[in-house]
Design a protein around this ligand. Structure first.
Ligand SMILES: [Ca+2]
Length: 309
């Protein structure tokens, strides 16, 4: 285990919406937190349905993370679709409902101001709440703007979004609606440091979660989603990449440059440049290598410390 003073701090943004790979990703993060490898400071839900906080609070509680600060973007009700696994989760023990969810901008500002170390921001959902934080002005929490807080903290951003093997590319987290597109444009323009993107093309063909025992809660979520044999691994691959903290060690090469998102369409563009602030990852291992790694990380018998040592 890494020494406690070297603990990395994470804040996760998740849509917790119609896809189930967020739940796979959260299991890995919960284990990283429980094992003392990182400190998960809080979670921002950036798509809102009536059971958003109740279902996520119940899942986090079941995964050993009760009481973690939770925020909810209550305005983000327009993504469409029918979230398939939240109702069953909301019947499990939990303490909080939507009314208890903090304002996302307040949560980002509060947690980053009080962090004593750089905070890694992980985003596996829609980017508008993160964009609103970046654009936030001075307030009673801090005299600094959101952008200034990120600069001062030296935060890094890891983001599952975009499709980078095409230019322009189209992917759900940027393209779902105008809220997602304008948020994506703002994050790419305003974020004052490094951004590492993991795109649609990276996770699509890696199906994880199909080897879980049937009585595992995560297996139930995958089944409720209609993916009992495993689901594309966009979000868990992003979390694993951020936990490794090093793209090469996590099994990727990187293309550096500058990313841009069209605020109206959500299409993403990339201009390569060796010294650019943005990069996207490209797989360098076989599909089976990534799948087996993720399946092990979520398995009941996984020795988490041994894996990330
Ligand atoms: Ca997601």
């Amino acid at each position: 285990m890494k020494h406690v003073e070297n603990l990395r701090n994470f804040i996760l943004g998740t849509d917790w919406w119609t896809d189930c790979d967020d739940a796979v990703a959260l299991r890995i993060l919960a284990r990283a937190h429980a094992s003392g490898m990182v400190r998960l400071l809080g979670v921002v839900i950036n798509a809102c349905m009536e059971l958003s906080v109740a279902s996520l609070d119940a899942y986090l509680t079941a995964e050993g993370l009760s009481g973690i600060p939770l925020a909810l973007d209550r305005e983000a009700t327009d993504f469409g679709g029918n979230p398939p696994y939240q109702r069953r989760l909301s019947k499990l023990p939990h303490m909080r409902e939507n009314a208890d969810g903090e304002n996302p901008v307040t949560l980002y500002r509060r947690l980053i101001v009080s962090a004593e170390r750089p905070v890694d921001i992980l985003e596996i959902g829609y980017p508008q709440a993160l964009a609103a934080f970046l654009a936030s002005p001075a307030d009673e929490i801090s005299p600094l703007s959101g952008v200034e807080l990120v600069s001062q903290n030296r935060s890094r951003l890891w983001m599952m979004a975009g499709k980078w093997d095409e230019n322009p590319g189209r992917e759900n987290n940027f393209c779902r609606n105008i809220r997602a597109a304008s948020g994506g444009e703002a994050v790419c323009r305003l974020w004052p440091g490094e951004i590492t993107f993991l795109g649609f093309e990276v996770g699509r063909d890696i199906l994880s979660g199909g080897k879980l025992p049937p009585d595992d809660l995560l297996a139930q979520i995958l089944s409720d989603h209609g993916s009992p044999g495993g689901r594309s691994s966009w979000d868990p691959m992003l979390v694993d990449l951020a936990l490794m903290g090093d793209a090469s060690a996590a099994g990727y090469t990187c293309i550096s440059g500058r990313a841009r998102v069209d605020a109206r369409t959500g299409e993403n563009y990339f201009t390569p440049a060796p010294d650019g602030p943005h990069r996207y990852v490209v797989r360098k291992l076989s599909n089976d290598d990534y799948r087996d790694r993720l399946n092990w990380l979520i398995a009941p018998e996984c020795d988490f410390h041994a894996f990330y040592r």
